[in-house]
Design a protein. Structure first.
Length: 323
């Protein structure tokens, strides 16, 4: 049963046509709110929000957050930014602008409206970590001039801006650091391991594993993540974050590839390619803070979440075959 707020709010979700943003919007509408979705559709797609086309409390605005946005809302979730290496490295200057200029514009809007504002940050602020698992107190190990820096440093700078607006202007902020998230509506060609492995397995193509495949990631199902967002947004003024949101279950890339093959019934074989520059060797969240402050932890295990995600991609491929 969805929790209801005390009263209906008008909520802005930037990046709302993206994978995570569209799931967040579904939940907010389910709770009875009005939602304004702003997205420039660089990586988001109208397909993710098609089901909301005639919803009386949903509105879509095509907008790039690097430009100011003049709207009237009660709360803001800032999710606007390409999040996969394939997409954010396509135009690294624009990626940095989206994180930094976008944060400035959204914070300026929140300051004018005197409203609560949420920043979707990332575990990439930790870079290739030397501390494992990663607590929020860890400052990270990031290459500021590497191929991933446009995203890593852009998100780090955005966090700086959020906390400076909080400290200087008293703005109520909520900052979440998102670890690897998966589920339906992922872009099939976003280059992330879950979508890559599932699509390759369903097509019977070789499964591409970079390096020795022993590097680890922790995978959180999107519904669990969205629950964490909402719980963080519901906290009082004394909770700003950053708060890690992710599943502490840790898996190697080889383990994930083998699961994808087994769960799809594929005949795909695993092939190894050179590890990309600055690719983190380990990634696992310390979610002590989320458990303590939000009473939150993931409830959906990897096998269950992968089954639902595989079903989504299988249906997507059937639709593509019919076109």
């Amino acid at each position: 049963m969805a929790r209801l707020y005390d009263s209906r709010k008008r909520i802005l979700v930037t990046g709302g046509a993206g994978f995570i943003g569209s799931h967040l919007i579904d939940r907010l509408l389910e709770q009875g709110h009005e939602v304004l979705c702003a997205d420039n559709l660089f990586t988001g797609t109208k397909r993710n929000i098609d089901q909301l086309h005639n919803h009386p409390r949903f509105e879509f605005m095509r907008h790039d957050v690097t430009f100011p946005l003049y709207v009237e809302v009660d709360e803001i979730y800032n999710l606007a930014c390409p999040a996969s290496p394939v997409h954010y490295q396509h135009d690294p200057v624009q990626t940095t602008k989206t994180s930094v200029h976008g944060a400035i514009n959204i914070l300026g809007l929140a300051k004018r409206l005197k409203c609560k504002v949420f920043q979707a940050s990332t575990s990439e602020v930790y870079g290739d970590p030397t501390v494992h698992p990663q607590p929020e107190t860890y400052w990270g190990n990031v290459n500021p001039i590497g191929p991933r820096a446009c995203y890593d440093e852009g998100k780090r700078c955005a966090e700086t801006l959020f906390f400076d607006y909080h400290n200087q202007h008293g703005l109520e902020i909520k900052v979440a650091r998102i670890f690897n998230t998966y589920g339906p509506r992922m872009h099939p060609a976003d280059g992330r391991v879950v979508s890559n492995f599932i699509m390759q397995a369903l097509r019977g193509e070789p499964i591409t594993v970079y390096g020795d495949g022993l590097q680890t990631r922790s995978f959180c199902y999107v519904d669990d993540l969205v629950e964490g967002f909402i719980r963080l947004m519901e906290t009082g003024d004394d909770v700003t974050g950053p708060v890690n949101l992710g599943n502490p279950g840790e898996f190697t890339m080889l383990e994930l590839a083998e699961k994808a093959i087994a769960m799809t019934g594929s005949q795909s074989v695993i092939v190894h390619k050179e590890l990309p520059a600055d690719d983190p060797r380990q990634r696992q969240p310390d979610i002590t803070r989320a458990k303590t402050l939000l009473d939150w932890e993931p409830t959906i295990d990897l096998d269950t979440g992968l089954k639902w995600t595989i079903d989504y991609f299988r249906n997507l491929l059937k639709e593509l075959d019919r076109v």
